[in-house]
Design a protein around this ligand. Structure first.
Ligand SMILES: *[C@@H]1O[C@H](CO)[C@@H](O)[C@H](O)[C@H]1NC(C)=O
Ligand SMILES: *[C@@H]1O[C@H](CO)[C@@H](O)[C@H](O)[C@H]1NC(C)=O
Length: 299
């Protein structure tokens, strides 16, 4: 059946069809930079972690942990000084007790511990059906001890959820599915250390921490359930943008309110009221002798 006579084909000029097909192909094709495979390198456990294509344009990195392999990890190829980092993670399913998956920023290479900065998210596994804990900490100049923990309000093992770090000169904000759960303000003027000068690398790991991770270390990793997998995909890095007329984020004048807009304080307050299960700033027992860290009374 010749549906297209030579005359009707003139009404469907080929260049238009070709252009449309090209547009469709471009929309479906991933830009190279969006592949996690291109953005990160496996830093350890390369022989048991792997990438796979999930659907057109999206690859997933599966980190694997077994008793004999000690886990696995990746790091971004690029380093960053300020920025917003979003990644989607699906955590170890079923009995994940003892396992810890992470997503964090840390300086590149080996720096002396006195310069160790870190913005840390750790997902503490649990027995089947028991809730995961998001454990967060912030290290500056080798000192951490700024733990806040949250109970995730969904099952993080059945689907990918977005975890984010926003790091700008005014504050560090940690978000879960776009909801801010933690904000650490830059109180350098009051003598509270804040990471302001070191480029950091984005990292993710899956490892065994059953000495302490689950229910205070009482519940151990059940290796008969191994291998354990945590899945990472869709890393988005958005460079920090300063206010108009300012050359880069680090030059933003101290009195500028530009970065305040990045934090939804009402949403933060609500999330903390609902989901925070530990806050070092209210741990009287821990700080009864030496007093609370300065930042606890600075906001
Ligand atoms: C989790 O348990 C369910 C039900 O027993 C099973 O179907 C599923 O394969 C398990 N998932 C993993 C990742 O082991
Ligand atoms: C695991 O579940 C127990 C019981 O629900 C809970 O007390 C604990 O906070 C959960 N998380 C961890 C990491 O232990």
């Amino acid at each position: 059946m010749a549906l297209l006579s030579p005359s009707s084909s003139r009404h469907h000029p080929l260049p238009l069809v070709a252009a449309l097909m090209l547009l469709m192909a471009m929309a479906a094709r991933p830009s190279v930079a969006s592949l996690l495979y291109d953005q990160v390198e496996i830093t350890w456990g390369g022989d048991h972690s792997f990438f796979y294509m999930e659907r057109e344009g999206a690859d997933v990195l599966a980190l694997c942990l077994e008793e004999t392999n000690g886990g696995s990890g990746f790091a971004s190829k690029d380093t960053y000084l300020y920025g917003r980092f979003d990644i989607d993670i699906m955590l170890v399913a079923n009995n994940s007790a003892g396992t810890v998956a992470t997503f964090y920023l840390m300086p590149e290479g080996e720096v002396p511990w006195a310069y160790h900065d870190e913005i840390d998210l750790e997902f503490l596994g649990n027995a089947t059906g028991e809730p995961y804990t998001l454990h967060t900490n912030i290290f500056v100049n080798g000192a951490g001890g700024r733990e806040q923990q949250f109970r995730l309000w969904f099952d993080p093992t059945t689907d990918f959820h977005t975890y984010s770090i926003e790091w700008n000169p005014k504050h560090i904000i940690i978000l879960v599915d776009g909801t801010p759960v933690r904000a650490f303000k830059n109180h350098a003027a009051r003598g509270v250390p804040f990471p302001t000068w070191q480029r950091m690398r984005l990292q993710g790991t899956l490892w065994n921490a059953d000495e302490w991770a689950t229910q205070g270390g009482r519940v151990k990793t059940d290796w008969t359930q191994a291998p354990f997998y945590a899945y990472y995909r869709n890393l988005r890095v958005t460079p920090c943008a300063p206010s108009p007329g300012v050359a880069w984020c680090g030059d933003e004048p101290p009195e500028s309110a530009w970065f305040e807009r990045r934090l939804d304080r009402a949403a933060l307050k609500e999330a903390q009221e609902k989901h925070m299960i530990y806050d070092y700033c209210v741990d009287e027992k821990r700080f009864k002798d030496k007093g609370f860290p300065k930042e606890c009374n600075a906001d």
